[in-house]
Design a protein around this ligand. Structure first.
Ligand SMILES: [Zn+2]
Length: 323
């Protein structure tokens, strides 16, 4: 069986082709082409799928698409896509359109959810029964594996942990989604930048303040670098980050009695600076058992969306065959 994984991002589209033994045949990264509108984009992706279908004509081909935003996973519709700049489409029926072009019905799922499946298969080798995967990047996303199955909720929205509220929704900081008090407003790139700039105002002589002063383009790596130079303000900023993440994770562990939490995404590279504070929040919880048994780890594959999609396509096709 051949699995095609397509990870649609605002800037890049990643395409993966692999078989059910884990052999990778194709791995491509294209710039997301907005020039021909959403129809032109579907034709381009459909063309890729058709070429793979022809190449592997003797095998069953299955497709999964990771889409950024809120996805109706039953009908394959991208309902809300703040990161894609296609202006000609709302409630985008991606599954229907791709099926028309290719004759194959793709599984369309939220991109972070598919990345979570990728982590579950590759990092954890499907160990762990109830697992949370937290993707720390520009935004904060995630996915849940419950009873060893990808959990997508009643409408396909499950796992939007970045928009879980950890502060007052009237006075808390503004999130990219438009609401206040979201976890992402504290630990996503926007949140880190806001807190770093505030720290620079409060402590203008700090290494952190000087690092930020000399650049126009804010990068999270600057905060990690200042921490590496033992800047107390940068270290404090990462500690606070760990505390905020700890609050969010503790909430989810208490609600779902998880056995494993995996951190992934670009910001997880700074884990040495924020992990101790995160663990401290978990250790201070008074309902002890789930926290004592919790396995908390950092993924070695920060960029797994496309692979996750291909793996999920194969997994779903195999599961559907058994039914
Ligand atoms: Zn939000």
């Amino acid at each position: 069986m051949i699995g095609i994984g397509i990870d649609i991002g605002g800037t890049f589209v990643k395409l993966y082709v692999m078989n059910d033994h884990g052999e990778i045949f194709r791995q491509e990264k294209l710039e997301t082409d907005y020039s021909k509108g959403s129809k032109g984009f579907v034709a381009q992706i459909g063309g890729f799928i058709n070429a793979i279908k022809t190449e592997f004509a003797d095998q069953r081909v299955t497709v999964a698409v990771g889409a950024p935003g809120d996805v109706d996973n039953q009908r394959g519709i991208l309902r809300y896509n703040p990161n894609l700049k296609f202006t000609d489409v709302k409630d985008w029926p991606l599954a229907d359109q791709l099926e028309k072009v290719t004759g194959l019905r793709p599984y369309v799922v939220n991109d972070a959810t598919l990345a979570a499946w990728g982590v579950y298969e590759t990092d954890l080798k499907r160990q762990g029964t109830n697992v949370l995967i937290v993707t720390l990047g520009t935004g904060v996303g995630g996915g849940l594996i419950l009873n060893k199955e990808l959990y997508q909720g009643s409408h396909g929205t499950a796992g939007e942990i970045g928009h879980m509220k950890i502060a007052d929704t009237q006075t808390g900081p503004l999130c990219g989604c438009g609401a206040r008090g979201c976890l992402e407003a504290f630990v996503g790139t926007i949140g880190l930048k806001r807190r770093a700039l505030q720290s620079a105002v409060d402590h203008p002589a700090s290494i952190l303040a000087q690092t930020l002063q000399n650049t126009t383009d804010f990068k999270v790596a600057q905060l990690a670098k200042a921490a590496e130079q033992h800047c107390p303000q940068a270290l404090q900023l990462w500690q606070d980050t760990g505390r905020y993440l700890g609050i969010g994770i503790a909430n989810l562990v208490l609600i779902l009695d998880l056995d494993t939490v995996v951190l992934t995404g670009g910001i997880s590279g700074a884990a040495p600076y924020f992990l101790p504070a995160l663990k401290e929040v978990l250790e201070h919880q008074q309902i002890k058992t789930p926290f004592e048994k919790l396995k908390l780890c950092v993924s070695k594959n920060p960029d797994i969306g496309g692979v996750g999609a291909a793996l999920y396509a194969i997994y779903r096709a195999q599961t559907d065959l058994r039914k």
